[in-house]
Ligand binder design. Structure first.
Ligand code: V47
Length: 441
């Protein structure tokens, strides 16, 4: 599509910029630097560490803890990753999943909307472009965002999942106007928009605190936030895959602020790049600690790294099914205070996502229709699934499909009783409350 994008007072002379130049368009206190292109650094490893899972890892103590409902620690998590006994790891995760949710498997009718794929941060992990107007880039005006949303809209759509790059030329108002325009055009659709990275950047653009900025975004239509941008918190690995991105501590701090504002958010872990088992478990424990404090996360989405069109291409293949299932399972086991683990079929492929429903996952995300982030990095799963395909896919795995809204309220009131009786998880705020918010009139 030929999107002209938002008009700005300052035209950019891309050709005249030096290789790496302080971002002039940002506010005075912005610390990001401008990258003309993602030149791979040569001083860092680009290879995935060998995993070498072993049959000799003794899991008996971990098994006893999980069966007794005890919390796992860092050593337990690492041990689970080190083991090649995928059956035991999967059985334990499934035990926890069925305790909480029985056979219930959530999905939703959503659409992904990426207002721009131009991003000045230049994270090594990402296949987004960093030069405005370069071939293959887009930058929608608020009206164009509405037009794109309308193109794939059907009356059963309940969520727009909105994530974009940090466009070097966009002012704060662009983001506000996109929310306002979408809310006005689709008042009943939940806007799950902007990762913690975007929220933090918007506060900088707005020259106000994250708290005040969130008030304005919520006023404009923001309903909750997706979980992207967390990547891997540990500074060693984060520095290799996302050197210029906000730190892990800051991501957690912004999530804490959202939660204190009453804004629900999701969380992610990006795996299958240069991270170690310890760094994965460290990430999960940091999320668990924040969740203990705020109870503000709905769901964890493990994201399988896709190296194509990134500096890691040629250094490592896409993740394998064994590791994909282990990450889902260990996430379920470590995150005893997270209600939901999502098998994001776009990144896992449908086949692995289906098996993941027996390895700890109880949610599949949704219909999506036009996924772009994973596909830019070589994703091979389809870009969308129909409602019927999702239900069949879940039923054929021996699970019970429950369509939900973003906040995990079942759409069909009959499913409320099912959720209550299938497992210990008794629902979010909807329990006992009117479902009118979740169900479209
Ligand atoms: O923030 C970027 C990741 C995220 C690559 O909250 C990559 O419900 C793999 O966060 N390989 C966006 N991953 C996706 C995301 C998400 C998806 C579905 C549901 C939800 C939710 C959130 O994708 C980015 C980044 O962490 N990403 N590049 C890549 N090459």
């Amino acid at each position: 599509m030929s999107a002209r994008g938002y008009q700005l007072p300052m035209p950019w002379a891309v050709g005249r910029l030096s290789q790496r130049q302080t971002l002039l368009a940002g506010p005075a206190h912005a610390t990001y630097t401008w990258h003309m292109s993602k030149k791979p650094r040569t001083d860092v490893p680009r290879e995935r560490p060998a995993k070498n899972p072993s049959a000799n890892v003794d899991l008996s103590a971990v098994v006893a803890k999980v069966e007794a409902g005890e919390r796992l620690n860092l050593d337990d998590g690492v041990r689970l990753f080190e083991s090649s006994d995928v059956f035991t790891v999967g059985r334990l995760a499934n035990l926890v999943r069925e305790r909480m949710h029985g056979r219930v498997t959530y999905w939703n009718t959503n659409r992904h909307l990426n207002p721009t794929n131009v991003c000045f941060v230049g994270c090594e992990l990402c296949a987004y472009k960093d030069i405005p107007n370069a071939p293959g880039t887009w930058a929608y005006s608020p009206q164009e965002a509405v037009d794109v949303a309308r193109r794939d809209y059907t009356p059963d759509v309940r969520e727009f999942h909105i994530v974009g790059g940090l466009h070097p030329q966009w002012k704060y108002d662009v983001y506000l106007d996109i929310l306002r325009a979408l809310k006005e055009a689709f008042p009943k659709v939940h806007l799950k928009a902007f990762t913690m990275v975007e929220v933090d950047w918007l506060a900088k653009l707005n020259k106000k605190s994250v708290e005040d900025t969130l008030d304005e975004l919520m006023e404009a239509g923001l309903d909750s936030c997706p979980g992207g941008g967390a990547e891997i918190f540990h500074p060693r690995a984060r520095d290799i895959i996302a050197q210029k991105k906000m730190t892990g501590e800051r991501w957690l701090e912004v999530a804490r602020i959202c939660h204190l504002k009453g804004l629900r958010t999701n969380a992610t872990i990006l795996y299958g790049h240069v991270e170690t088992f310890e760094e994965r478990v460290d990430h999960l424990i940091k999320l668990r600690e924040l969740q203990d404090e705020t109870q503000g996360f709905d769901c964890l989405i493990p994201l399988a790294f896709h190296p194509e069109n990134t500096p890691f291409e040629g250094h490592m293949p896409a993740t394998d099914g064994f590791d994909d299932l282990k990450v889902i399972a260990v996430s379920r086991l470590m995150l005893d205070n997270f209600a939901h683990i999502k098998a994001y079929w776009v990144m896992l492929t449908q086949k692995i996502a289906q098996v993941a429903l027996h390895f700890g996952a109880n949610d599949l995300d949704g219909t999506i229709v036009d996924e772009r982030i994973t596909h830019a990095a070589g994703g091979k799963a389809g870009k969308g699934m129909t409602r019927e395909q999702l239900c069949t896919f879940i039923s054929e795995a021996g699970r019970v499909p429950v369509e939900r809204d973003t906040l995990y309220r079942p759409i069909d009131p009959k499913h409320r009783e099912l959720v209550r009786t299938e497992g210990s998880w008794q629902g979010p705020a909807w329990a006992g409350a009117d479902l009118q918010d979740g169900a479209l009139a």
